[in-house]
Design a protein around this ligand. Structure first.
Ligand code: TPP
Ligand code: MG
Length: 810
């Protein structure tokens, strides 16, 4: 491909500006600025809890918005307010709705009150959770707060375009992509480029040559810490020079201009993005000389850390002021015209604020009135009436009531109401309880739903299909069952894509994808660099665009590198957008025991508590693993599936319905029935448990062995509590740390399933040591739990219960 350098781009003065366009942009810049100024005031006067705004970055974002088309994607951060307005993706009313935390998803569609302000998102899904036509709308992936957290997914958003352009097999899916013409726009603050995620994404984008248009908004600070403490040479485009594309070698096109130079910005964005779109070359726009007229956020003031000269400079180089000067110098409009635009925008933003505030407040005022009228005690003179009236009085006087005030008053009043308290029509106790139940349900809907999908494609709704076995079925190494299952799925599902370290050419370190790249091509099964965070992010971005990515993390212990995007981005996605976006990807890895500190594969508690929103499935063998893949691929949910690392070569009976059997999520399997003790475990520990159960049988102890199979969701039908009803004794066993996943299972069974009431003996856990596993077989034996540990635990339990029949062994 012919190289292009900055110097070869046409000169700036070839641009011709249309007055209408410039003034329309200037109006948006002014509206955005006014919204920032008023927004800050709303927070400082207590109407919102926190505010972060886009002031000082307006002009660059106008230029960026000009080149953002239907089908394109944004992955950015809280400063992009002007971009969102200029692309028509957000209204000024919505800026205020976000500040107040309006929970009406129609009025505050980006996050329905679940996130801080200026966390942007478009809705990719309809009310039923089905995809809209993503090429007919402009798209913004949903923002998260962790700095640079938007980078890993950006890679996947861009890679999707590349795959659509290069894989004719999916070219007909035109609701997802039109010839891969979509550009993925990234934005990031100058200081956040210090994060590893930024560098990992830049490197991967350079390797993959994907259509990323990345803007760095450089205002010289990350809160109070200046650029020279953030970036080598305090200049990100200078240090990125080694990534620059040359005539001989692929890389990034790097373009720089000042953030107050409207003409220069329009030029580089138009040319840079056109080039990126056409050639799928990543482009980095380093936009310098930006300012923060109001400082970082409502939490502090920048006068504390910026010098007087800097503050003076920021005033002079305020981008809106510079754009104004430019309009006048170029004689595009007169001073009067600009004055009148400015005055109109002040009024427009005030009106928007008012509308948003009324929309937010009115239902709350109504709710308070409704409650106060329900709680109207008129016919009781019990001693509590006075107290009830005092609570009501306090509530009546709250100037701007929120749900918390009303619900809290309701609960306190309910405690005080006696059975004979009544209002003219009805018993007060019944009225208030019914009102409370209704409002708790509404609050649940507003604040607690959609951690998982509730669409028709929820994994919980996938019908189970048991593996079937022919009479003369072969016993084959477990890896072959997985390989054949993937083969079936790749043949059936054109959207399926799989990638990871060593996944492509050699078919995975355990040969579970053997021969599949040769069969299905490098566009569907491919190797990645060693970069777990962006392997996950790549999957998230692709899944957001409607593909079905399977991202492999080579070993479970290395998932820590990829855990941040899983926890902050993927796990929260449906929840934080209140069902506006989804990313049905599979993360596959292998764990549950092998060798040494970093290949022992057992840190389950590391994931179960940090990725709620993603299913966690822990099959004991490869048939079960394949069955879980099949189930999840029929659903619209993300899942982490951990294959048992030491099971690839173990032989399993080959099912005849490969690719079709579906193991249900949340359903444990009773592996052995028994009467004395219930033993609960999963993954590779099942085999160890079977060994222990056999040893215990020789001592006349009958164990019911349960493989939970699925940690999240966990035993939805309470199979374990049923078993406990029979045995009255229970042991939770795994190889995680003490208090790890065994404690999680114990809480589920004893508290959630109310298993405590069936206990006749102290419940126990058998776990690994608190330290990681030492090397070698002895290291493993003394670090990880083994069959003897399980035996000892259960035998001693029986001894405590019935010492005469089970005398102490040692
Ligand atoms: C991982 C993480 N660390 C720290 C923070 C707190 N924080 C929020 S914004 C910010 C500064 C970001 O500066 P920069 O990237 O330059 O963006 P700017 O706000 O200047 O536009 C920090 C430290 C965070 N949100 N996430
Ligand atoms: Mg900054």
């Amino acid at each position: 491909m012919a190289g292009i350098t900055v110097k070869k781009l046409p000169k700036k003065n070839s641009q011709v500006f249309n007055k209408e366009q410039v003034l329309s942009d200037y109006r948006i810049a002014c509206e955005s600025r006014q919204a920032s100024l008023l927004g800050r005031r709303e927070v400082l006067s207590g109407k919102g809890k926190f505010g972060i705004f886009g002031d000082g970055k307006e002009v660059a974002q106008l230029a960026l918005a000009r080149v953002f088309r239907n089908g394109d994607w944004r992955s950015g951060y809280y400063r992009d307010q002007t971009f969102m307005l200029a692309t028509g993706l957000m209204t000024i009313e919505e800026i205020f709705a976000q500040i107040y935390g309006d929970t009406d998803a129609e009025f505050n569609p980006m996050n329905a009150g679940r996130l801080m302000n200026n966390h942007f998102a478009t809705r990719s899904l309809d009310e039923k959770g089905n995809w809209k036509n993503l090429t007919k709308q402009k798209n913004s992936s949903a923002d998260i707060s962790p700095t640079a957290g938007q980078m890993p997914r950006l890679l996947g958003l861009a890679l999707t375009s590349k795959l659509f352009r290069s894989n004719p097999g999916i070219a007909h899916l035109t609701e997802l992509s039109q010839n891969g013409d979509e550009v993925a726009f990234g934005t990031i603050g100058d200081a956040s480029t210090s994060e590893g995620h930024f560098w990992e994404t830049i490197n991967a984008a350079g390797v993959l040559q994907v259509p990323i248009a990345m803007s760095v908004w450089d205002d010289g600070y990350g809160i109070s810490v200046p650029g020279n403490l953030q970036t080598t040479k305090a200049n990100i485009s200078e240090v990125l020079k080694g990534f620059e594309k040359t005539d001989e070698k692929d890389g990034f096109l790097i373009l720089t201009t000042k953030g107050w130079d409207y003409a220069g910005l329009c030029k580089i964005y138009e040319e840079g993005v056109n080039y990126c779109r056409k050639n799928h070359v990543p482009v980095l726009f380093h936009i310098t000389d930006l300012t923060q007229p109001q400082g970082h956020s409502t939490s502090g003031s920048h006068e504390r850390y910026k010098s007087a000269e800097r503050l003076e400079w920021e005033k002079e180089y305020d981008c809106n002021l510079q754009m104004r000067n430019w309009i006048l110098t170029e004689s595009i409009a007169s001073e009067e015209e600009l004055n009148s635009i400015e005055n109109e925008t002040i009024e427009r933003v005030k009106q928007a604020r008012k509308k948003a505030w009324i929309h937010y407040q009115k239902p709350l005022l109504q709710l308070r009135d409704e409650f106060l009228s329900i709680a109207d005690v008129t016919t009781c003179n019990c001693a509590k009436t006075q107290k009830i009236n005092a609570i009501k009085q306090d509530l009546r006087h709250v100037a701007e009531p929120i749900r918390k005030d009303i619900m809290s008053a309701a609960k306190k009043i309910l405690r005080l109401i006696c059975d004979s308290c009544s209002n003219p029509s009805n018993s007060l106790k019944i009225n208030v309880s019914e009102w409370l139940a209704k409002e708790l349900e509404i609050s649940h809907e507003k604040f607690n739903t959609l951690l998982y999908s509730d669409s028709d494609e929820s994994a919980l709704k996938v019908l189970p299909v048991a593996p079937e076995y022919a009479e003369n079925a072969l016993m084959v190494p477990g890896r072959e069952i997985l390989r054949d299952n993937w083969d079936y799925q790749f043949a059936k599902n054109e959207k399926l894509v799989m990638f990871g370290e060593d996944v492509g050419l050699i078919g995975g370190v355990n040969q579970t994808f053997e021969g599949l790249q040769a069969k299905y091509g490098e566009k569907r099964i491919f190797d990645t660099g060693i970069r777990e965070a962006t392997i996950i992010g790549q999957g998230i971005g692709m899944a957001m665009r409607g593909l079905r990515p399977v991202a492999e993390i080579q070993y479970f212990d290395y998932l820590l590198y990829g855990l941040q995007p899983m926890s902050d981005d993927l796990a929260t996605l449906q929840y934080r957008t209140r069902g506006g976006q989804k990313a049905p990807m599979i993360i596959t890895t292998r764990g549950h025991r092998l060798e040494g500190i970093w290949h022992s594969g057992s840190p389950l508690s590391m994931v179960i508590n940090s990725i709620r929103g993603i299913y966690v499935l822990v099959p004991r063998d490869m048939t079960r693993a394949a069955g879980f893949y099949n189930t999840i691929l029929k659903s619209d949910e993300p899942a982490l599936i951990i294959e048992p690392l030491n099971g690839y070569r173990l032989r399993e009976t080959r099912p005849s319905n490969i690719g079709e059997f579906c193991i249900p999520v949340g359903i444990p399997e009773i592996i052995e029935t028994g009467t004395d003790v219930t033993l609960v475990t999963y993954g590779s520990c099942v085999r160890i448990a079977q060994d222990a159960v056999a040893q215990l049988r020789d001592f006349k102890i009958s164990v019911e062995l349960i493989d939970v199979q699925s940690l999240e969701p966990f035993d939805i039908n309470h199979v374990i509590a049923e078993s406990l009803k029979k045995t009255n004794k229970i042991v939770f066993f795994d190889e995680d740390v003490p208090g790890g996943a065994t404690a999680y299972m114990m809480q589920k069974v004893l508290e959630d399933q109310k298993g405590f009431q069936y206990l006749d003996a102290e419940p126990h856990t058998v776990t690994a040591q608190a330290h990681r596993a030492a090397y070698g077989t002895d290291g493993d034996y003394f670090s990880n739990p083994n069959a003897e540990d399980v035996f000892d635990c259960i035998y001693n339990m029986m001894h405590d219960y019935n010492p005469a029949s089970y005398p102490k062994i040692f």
